[in-house]
Design a protein around this ligand. Structure first.
Ligand code: CU
Length: 413
């Protein structure tokens, strides 16, 4: 059948149609890619606004001028390169038509490689020094130092490999560029070289992975221990809610089905530990104490992100997650170290969870133990009089020890 079609030309016609189709779809795809690129540019150009890592505040919308500026610059550079290439080609052809020797393209390509190496290396140096200086201040937690050490070690090792391989790659392209004076040496295989460039990276990567594995195990140890300060962090569009244990030192149970306009965390007041739980607007942490964050989400996936402490963990609806860390530098100390009197640690959301995601943040303040005790004593409980009425709870005044007398408690739900 196929052979018959081929004979009467039908297959040939179909092939031609297919080629046309591919050509058309290529055009559509190119246009689509350009639109995606432009759209991405617009998205990325949206300045976040709100509070930056250094504590400074910004309030900008889309920076249209910079988007169009860089897009136009890119198109102009492409056009210039294309025009320059065409001029060179025409000049080369003219020389040949006049019987003269044309350009030595091998030399031109070799020099281009050398220029690329020099500019590329300078670009890498610029990126390391200029952009590298924008990195976060020193880690303000115990495990953060270990993570930074791992990051530095990986950067140094990869940087050494990067510099050596780039010099060899582009240096050899220049040194051994095509020439009439020499002939390429055919060298297809060498077992020793093969072994070396397989075994050495394998050893280095194994060391990095094992180092990472042990660090990860230490960081992710969330076993509850006595003395840990438990804080509930609950994410919802677009706010973090903080809940601290009251004088009993224990957080009461939560159940999302108990959520109401008044009981926004769905705290279960059948659990007596809930009665003295405290509401806080700022996350205040005592320095050098183990903090255990119990992370919840009420609507979509959020992510607890505290970059100064090198802390990030997703907040997943229906799946509480935990993170333990020890803050080591107080806010006051960090203000001196960063030479920024307005410096604040911040808790961000690191999952794009909706329109106001960018501004989903809380101030985190690391203080001394005495300052913490003073602050916690001033926080108000979640169980307000209004909530008591709504839940039809009888007088639930706590005693000085924070314990409730159970015979005065009448729970009607
Ligand atoms: Cu969020």
């Amino acid at each position: 059948m196929g052979f018959k079609k081929l004979i009467n030309g039908e297959a040939l016609l179909n092939t031609f149609k297919n080629i046309q189709l591919v050509k058309n779809s290529k055009k559509t795809l190119s246009l689509f890619a350009l639109l995606v690129l432009f759209g991405n540019n617009l998205l990325m150009a949206q300045s976040t606004g709100g509070t930056a890592l250094d504590g400074s505040t910004t309030d900008k919308g889309v920076d249209w001028s910079s988007v169009s500026y860089y897009l136009t610059l890119f198109l102009v550079v492409c056009l210039c390169v294309a025009i320059f290439g065409k001029i060179l080609k025409i000049y080369d052809l003219t020389l040949k038509m006049q019987g003269k020797k044309g350009f030595n393209w091998n030399n031109i390509m070799g020099i281009c490689c050398l220029i690329f190496l020099i500019f590329g290396m300078y670009g890498a140096y610029w990126s390391l020094t200029v952009q590298g200086s924008m990195k976060l201040p020193e880690a303000a937690s115990v495990h953060g130092v270990a993570i930074d050490d791992m990051f530095d070690l990986t950067t140094v090792l990869t940087l050494i490999v990067f510099v050596i391989t780039q010099i060899l790659l582009f240096g050899f392209l220049f040194l051994y560029r095509g020439s009439d004076k020499r002939k390429a040496y055919f060298y297809p295989h060498n077992n020793t070289i093969e072994k070396a460039w397989t075994v050495i990276p394998a050893i280095v990567l194994t060391i990095l992975v094992v180092f990472g594995f042990f660090t990860w195990q230490k960081v992710m140890d969330t076993t509850p221990q006595k003395g840990d300060l438990n804080i509930d962090v609950t994410g919802h569009q677009f706010q973090w809610e903080l809940r601290y244990p009251g004088p009993d030192g224990k957080l009461g149970a939560v159940n999302y089905t108990l959520y109401t306009q008044l009981n926004i965390l769905g705290i279960d007041y059948k659990d007596r530990n809930s009665f003295d739980d405290l509401k806080a607007d700022t996350m205040v942490l005592p320095v050098n104490r183990v903090i255990r964050l119990n992370i919840h989400a009420q609507d979509v996936i959020h992510s607890v992100y505290m970059p100064h402490f090198r802390v990030q963990l997703n907040a997943v609806p229906g799946l509480p997650t935990f993170f333990k860390f020890i803050p080591t530098i107080t806010t006051a100390e960090m203000r001196v170290r960063t030479d920024n009197p307005k410096f604040e640690y911040l808790l961000y959301c690191n999952k794009i969870c909706g329109t106001a995601h960018y501004n989903m943040q809380r101030v985190v303040r690391v203080v001394t133990e005495a300052e913490y005790q003073d602050w916690i004593a001033r926080q108000k409980p979640y169980l307000t009089d209004q909530l008591k009425k709504a839940l039809k709870l009888a007088d639930t005044k706590s005693t000085t020890s924070g314990q409730l007398s159970s015979n005065r408690l009448a729970l009607n739900n």
